[in-house]
Design a protein around this ligand. Structure first.
Ligand SMILES: [Zn+2]
Length: 422
């Protein structure tokens, strides 16, 4: 085998990223080159070079590797090997891929290996083995521990959560879990408080790597206490239940958009465009254009598309009794085409001002039978109630969780050190 040795080339390990996020091109190699018969004079092969590639929007791994000067066939076989343990289509902008290469190797054989870290506890490696590549994944064993964070609201729930050291992902889970009972835009007052017990995963050195699910939470709102417990029933379905073993999942969400304020209620009003008094058969939520709109409940898409003054419109059938409708959307999700089944909380479209509308808002209707009803005053049917052995198991779990919760020290309000994921 003949190696092309580039004399005087400086090897730059882990080439740095330029400030604009673009990759620094490989260092220009200078010096004279000459062909040397390696076998004949026994010159050691050169040191490997390491590069860190950052995935950018629109990148494919193939494009990235070929952009680094690797041949198509070499890139292809490395990616094929990777695919046996990791789907490269899962790569996201900002993720880092480490590449090692032999700068002195023949064209088509310079790639030595790839390394990436898809998750805090998962490493994936692709290594050259003779003329092909082999991939392996190394999963770190993590230990799970309960944590408890208590906080009191002085201004906003978000500020209180940050001050108490409640991780944002856990706060989001808390809000989503309780959004059936609590309207987080309106029901939170100074003096309200929260106590949350959730899992945290540590590596063998005790470093916290990831936060897991909430197991139990207590919310005190204007003196009223709401408790939730995570429970898996005998059919394997996991959900949050209140102290009585009733699912806190209601048939319909109270507010199908985040961060919205009510700009017009249900009932008679002067129409902003037509000028005369007209019955308003829904509730308007003012929200910035592009804000996601959630399906208020599980159901099937009954109408999806342009609907006159309603603009871009989706109607969802939840059961024999209730339907919900969403109007003036900027765009409808491709998952909300007619006939599709959607889950509660799934994004069905985005707030806009299409049709007869004066500004970005969601016009939201709840239909009971054929008639629109006031979404803010209907008494929504509650979800599942545990019975029999499920209820007996739930009562045991609730007792154990209460005991664990009372015994847990409250985590000091410092920002936890959570290792980053590429
Ligand atoms: Zn409206």
């Amino acid at each position: 085998m003949r190696y092309l040795i580039v004399a005087g080339a400086a090897l730059v390990p882990f080439q740095s990223q330029a400030a604009d996020g673009l990759l620094t091109p490989p260092a220009v190699q200078t010096g004279t080159s000459e062909d040397i018969d390696v076998a004949a004079i026994n010159v050691p092969t050169s040191e490997p070079e390491f590069r860190e590639l950052k995935v950018r929007r629109g990148d494919t791994l193939m494009k990235m590797l070929m952009g680094q000067g690797f041949s198509r066939s070499e890139s292809h076989s490395a990616i094929s090997a990777l695919r046996t343990v990791y789907d490269p289509r899962k790569l996201r902008p900002g993720q880092t891929i480490k590449v090692s290469l032999d700068p002195a190797a023949d064209e088509g054989t310079s790639l030595i290996g790839l390394a990436l870290k898809p998750d805090v506890d998962l490493d994936v490696f692709v290594d050259r083995e003779a003329d092909k590549f082999a991939a392996k994944e190394i999963k770190k064993a993590l230990s799970e521990q309960s944590h408890r964070v208590d906080g009191e609201i002085t201004s906003s729930l978000y500020e209180a959560a940050v001050a108490a050291g409640l991780p944002p992902a856990v706060l989001i889970e808390l809000i989503q879990a309780m959004s059936f009972d609590v309207d987080f835009q309106r029901d939170i007052q100074p003096g309200d408080s929260f106590k949350v017990m959730f899992n945290r995963f540590h590596d063998e050195t005790g470093l916290a790597l990831r936060d897991g699910a909430i197991n139990h939470a207590r919310l005190t709102l204007s003196g009223k206490e709401l408790y939730i417990y995570r429970f898996t029933d005998k059919s394997g379905r996991t959900d949050f239940f209140d102290q009585k073993g009733h699912s806190i999942r209601k048939a319909l969400l109270k507010t199908p958009v985040d961060g919205a304020r009510i700009s017009s209620r249900f009932g008679k009003r002067r129409h902003p465009i037509l000028g005369y008094n007209k019955m308003h058969r829904g509730v308007d939520f003012a929200a910035p254009s592009g804000t996601p709109i959630y399906a208020a409940g599980d159901g099937v898409i009954e109408v999806s598309g342009w609907n006159g003054g309603y603009g871009k419109y989706v109607r969802l059938r939840h059961n024999g009794e209730y339907r919900t409708a969403y109007a003036h959307m900027k765009a409808i999700s491709k998952n909300a085409r007619k006939g599709k089944r959607v889950r509660q909380g799934q994004i069905i479209g985005w707030v806009g001002t299409t049709g007869r509308s004066t500004g970005a808002h969601l016009h939201y209707e709840v239909l009971r039978g054929k008639h629109q009803v006031n979404p803010l005053s209907i008494k929504l049917p509650t979800g599942k109630r545990l019975t029999g052995t499920d209820l007996a198991n739930f009562r045991n779990l609730r007792r154990d969780m209460d005991r664990e919760f009372e015994a847990l020290p409250v985590t000091e309000p410092v920002a936890p050190t959570i290792a980053s994921v590429d």
